[in-house]
Design a protein around this ligand. Sequence first.
Ligand SMILES: Nc1ncnc2c1ncn2[C@@H]1O[C@H](COP(=O)(O)OP(=O)(O)O)[C@@H](O)[C@H]1O
Ligand SMILES: [Mg+2]
Length: 218
Amino acid sequence: MIEVRAVVKRFGEVPVLEGVSLELERGASLGILGASGSGKTTLLRIIAGLELPESGEVLMDGRVVSRRGWGMAPHRRGLGFVFQSPALWPHMTVAGNVSFGLRSLAAPEARARLGRIIEDTGLGRLEQRYPAQLSGGQARRVAIARALAPQPEWLLMDEPLSNLDRAARDEMLALVEHIVAESRAGLIYVTHDESELERLACRVLRLTEGRLIGDETR
Ligand SMILES: Nc1ncnc2c1ncn2[C@@H]1O[C@H](COP(=O)(O)OP(=O)(O)O)[C@@H](O)[C@H]1O
Ligand SMILES: [Mg+2]
């Protein structure tokens, strides 16, 4: 379970989050809608532990993982993060990128897990390519595969369809839908485009003026 309690965040004088609260049961799927600049990325980064709140707390399974001045390390939170840009490691192949989170596993298990995730994400023929040799949609698929490989409890997605053409967007939406249905991971998906949430999220909140409002259950 993820709980965000009264989180406040400012950058300098600019208030971004002004008391954001949220409760999510394990395995839930939540969409967060907000205009550009409304603080969507900041909220995800705070949940992930990449940014600390000024006040308020984040809890996971009842335990405080972030508060003012202290946060549990991001890699210990059981989260997979797909950033707004794919942010792949350019010197590693597709297989290398996806395997990165599997380093702690024994080699045969890591290989089996890699094979499965490569197949699930349709990256079979691209395994030995480098990021510079991929299309935007393919790079995005690698980022999703990399985030899912360690079997996270939660998948956080930050506008994963931005800068993709129509066909790649449709393909990616179908992939995310498939993944969410197949895996036990919960999803927090932020976007400015309501249409992306129709098939993905059973619950939608709006981020506006620094607060989360309008709980809609679908
Ligand atoms: N590291 C930062 N330093 C200063 N201002 C920032 C920083 N990150 C974000 N901001 C500002 O915070 C606001 C919210 O940004 P962001 O969370 O990226 O919004 P969104 O993802 O919804 O577009 C914006 O006004 C942005 O300029
Ligand atoms: Mg953003």
